[in-house]
Design a protein around this ligand. Sequence first.
Ligand SMILES: *Cc1c(COP(=O)(O)O)cnc(C)c1O
Ligand SMILES: [Zn+2]
Length: 417
Amino acid sequence: MKNSYREYVLQCLVCDRSYQPHEVSYYCPHCKIDGALDALYDYPTLKREWSRDSLAHDHARGMWRYDRLMPLSSTQFIPPLLVGNTPLYSRPELLGKGARIKVFVKDESRQPTGSLKDRASALAVAHAMQSGARTVAVASTGNAASALAGMSASLGLHNVIYLPKSAPREKLAQMQGYGAEIVLVDGQYDEAFEQCLNACEKHGWYNRTTGINSYMSEGKKTVAFEMCEQLNWQVPDLVFVPVGNGCILGSVYKGFFDLLQLGWIERIPRLIGVQAEHSNFMYRAWRYDRSMQQTERLPPTSLASSINVALPRDRLKAMRAVTASGGEFICVSDPSIVAAASRLAASTGVFPEAGAASAFAGLLKYAETHSDTPQTAVILITGSGLKDTSIFLSDSSKSQPRVLPHHVTAPPAEALI
Ligand SMILES: *Cc1c(COP(=O)(O)O)cnc(C)c1O
Ligand SMILES: [Zn+2]
């Protein structure tokens, strides 16, 4: 595999200090855990040496066709599973015939472990192995962990997972199948986060956890690269992104930012962060124009487990994404998320988990008050509905299965002879 690694520096979002990669582990040594870092590349050189047309020849590599914009010193430990290349479906009439907002659906349920988290976990295992780590750990609401477990399995890397006890069974089944070491924490994501942090410090494990490990957005940003490529470099007006920790939202912004530096796109779309009403820290901080320190941390109680967090750990990058792109935060109720999940599944065949469907619920809410301007919108469907089937099975608005009495289907015994 060709090694197209480039130089990069890490810059702190809080204090603006820059570091060489070997000077830091996951965050700014000066600002500690609050100091999220951006990886910044030698954009002028890349712009001269690299053309967006060359990407078309490199499709078989999935997200790694963008490795010149990845913070790795070698491509030696890239996991063999194909990550990326997820479809972008054009569904201009998803909001109804003649609707002014034309919709595209980016379907991340097609990733190897079924969620967008594969983009980050693939980078995490490559980075961990490059740094000589023997064990990788993560705190997760479920998908980051299944993704880490799957990527680790593909490389034979030991991994430890910290998970709230309430995590969906389907995700747990996946991790067990992949052979991860699982620790169930009596509490929510926020408790799992602390437990994992302590264990990593104690044992010297590589920590993949979002909001600690600044590199994770560098993997997830590739979803924005793909959207641009699939839209022939015509960026949409709006992108709707579900928000739990805020890492995906921050990453989508970083992806557009990188491409803007290369001159491959002309602007960054307005990014709309969608939160659940009962897990809406970012929405409250933004809407009431409060500093994030002053915003109250409320116990999260949304049924959309993958966006259910009290304190978003990537809040700085998430807030920057919305303010710098002229976007907004929206929050949506649990019933509207469930309804959006069913509507998306039934009208497109894309089967979202609740957290993912919140992007569509956000678009539906936005369209109520912005239906007059012609616009294009991408909804980012971050994970598969097979990872948490409870919302569909309990949806009484859907036609229920018919049960045939036994004697209708079974032929008489003589008929078999
Ligand atoms: C993790 C996740 C989210 C939220 O991403 P954050 O980076 O935590 O904001 C949304 N949807 C799905 C399916 C996820 O797994
Ligand atoms: Zn700093």
